[in-house]
Design a protein around this ligand. Structure first.
Ligand code: EPZ
Length: 426
């Protein structure tokens, strides 16, 4: 178990370079294996989820090779129907993308069902219905989804509610299934567009990505390509909140401000100044922060993945803010830890009512999931005194070099590896 020790109350200033998108990198790694030639992905982030997915891809015969930092080569020519150990699959939800890949390339798939997680139940019923619409016969046996392509594809499918993972899996399968397939109520996230750009550069014919209706012409084969992954909008949003929470003035580089329109709008409502450049964003905190209400929604709405960092801002803002979480059932657990740092919070089903306090006080806190962990880091940076965040491996799943990046803008944060280290420093 690793820990972060944070000495709070330091203003962040300077510059942070944003990495490639974690969630895009997962979707694109699997998408790259739809072809049988070399695909090179650049601006590739170094995070643990990609390492686990690389292990899963290798287990099914796909070559994944880091050629240089940030540059990964994928070659799907060796793809074979090998079993994926549940212990590996359960670590990341992106493992279920292998289902779409295998069905598309091998016409059959046997994949462990991902199960629930800290965010609450995470079913894959939309994915399965979509596979069936594309002609798969699917059964669930002993915790596995077994699927085989039959005949008789339907030519359209409406996803019950906007789902990123379902849209990705169906884009894979439809890209190599004969005919024209129309996906309705598709997710519009920038990661979907990034996947479409990659697949089109490999010879796929995908139109409408980024809108609710995506039209996909099935091809016989896809070829090699080289593609730069988009910047991570959630990493960027997290650092924007960190700068605002600490009274800082810092610039984020290698960002696509267009992907952050709603978080920028909400941050401005707190009084924070946000200056947008072509590929950079400057955040200048204005104290005191003002409370505002927030509701999460699929893109272009406010991302559920930034709800927790924003909750920390509300906990130290002037007034009371109400946050409504509409995407996942269980994304308020970080608020229990925040309360231990002095926050004034009430949770009523999908709503959190957060009354700002003048200052948080450092305390030992525990992470539950990736974004909750990032939120607790922000709380520690803003708080008076020392905060010890435990279980930080989960933060490494999605934030490349978070300690080094924060140190680079003046934060006093260090990684500790044993509880003995912690006793000495807290
Ligand atoms: C992706 O998860 C991201 N993960 C999540 O990022 C992100 O929070 C989420 O999209 C929403 O933006 C990756 O990209 C790897 P969904 P995904 O399918 O695809 C329900 C992070 O912290 N649903 O869009 O799993 C589902 O339960 C993470 O980086 C069904 O009911 O999310 C949820 O309520 C966590 N049945 C809603 O739809 C299904 O078959 C949206 O989920 C599929 C989804």
């Amino acid at each position: 178990m690793s820990f972060f020790r944070i000495q709070g109350s330091k203003n962040l200033s300077g510059g942070i370079r944003i990495s490639g998108s974690k969630n895009s990198s997962l979707a694109l790694m699997v998408g790259a294996a739809l072809g049988e030639e070399d695909v090179v992905l650049t601006n590739f982030p170094q995070d643990l989820d990609a390492v686990v997915l690389a292990e899963i891809l290798r287990a099914v015969g796909v070559k994944v090779e880091e050629q240089a930092p940030g540059r990964v080569l994928i070659n799907g020519s060796g793809l074979r129907p090998a079993p994926i150990p549940y212990e590996l699959a359960r670590k990341i939800r992106g493992s279920f993308y292998i289902a779409g890949l295998m069905l598309a390339r091998l016409k059959e798939a046997e994949i462990p069902l991902p199960g629930g997680c800290f965010l609450g139940p995470r079913p894959v019923d939309f994915h399965i219905k979509g596979f069936q619409a594309l002609g798969a016969e699917v059964s669930i046996e002993h915790g596995l989804m077994k699927a085989r392509m039959g005949t008789g594809t339907e030519n359209r499918f409406f996803i019950n509610r906007s789902s990123v993972g379902t849209t990705i899996n169906l884009m894979y399968l439809a890209s190599l299934t004969p005919g024209v397939f129309v996906l309705e109520n598709a997710a519009k996230e920038p990661e979907i567009v990034d996947l479409a750009v990659l697949l089109n550069s490999m010879g796929a014919r995908i139109r409408g990505a980024g809108t609710e209706v995506i039209r996909i012409h099935g091809m016989k084969k896809l070829k090699g390509s080289e593609h730069a992954i988009i910047p991570d909008r959630i990493e960027a949003g997290t650092y924007m909140m960190a700068i605002a929470a600490t009274g800082g003035d810092a610039v984020l580089e290698n960002v696509m401000p267009d992907h952050l329109r709603t978080p920028i709008m909400k941050l401005r409502e707190t009084g924070t100044v946000v200056e947008v450049g072509e590929t950079s964003i400057r955040v200048v905190a204005k104290e005191p922060l003002q409370s505002t209400d927030l509701e999460t929604a699929p893109y272009p709405g406010f991302p559920t993945d930034l709800q927790q960092p924003f909750g920390v801002l509300m906990s130290i803002a002037n007034g009371t803010g109400i946050i409504r979480e509409t995407v996942f059932d269980n994304r308020f657990r970080y608020l229990d830890e925040l309360t231990r740092m002095g926050a004034d919070v009430k949770v009523d089903r999908d709503r959190a009512i957060i009354k700002g306090v003048p200052v948080l006080s450092g305390a030992p806190v525990e992470t539950t999931d990736l974004r909750a962990g990032a939120a607790l880091v922000i709380a520690g940076l803003a708080a008076e005194g020392v905060t010890l965040v435990s279980g930080v491996e989960v933060i490494d799943r999605g934030y490349e070099k978070i300690v080094e990046k924060l140190q680079g803008v003046g934060a006093e944060i260090e990684r500790l590896h044993t509880t003995e280290d912690c006793k000495e420093v807290i």
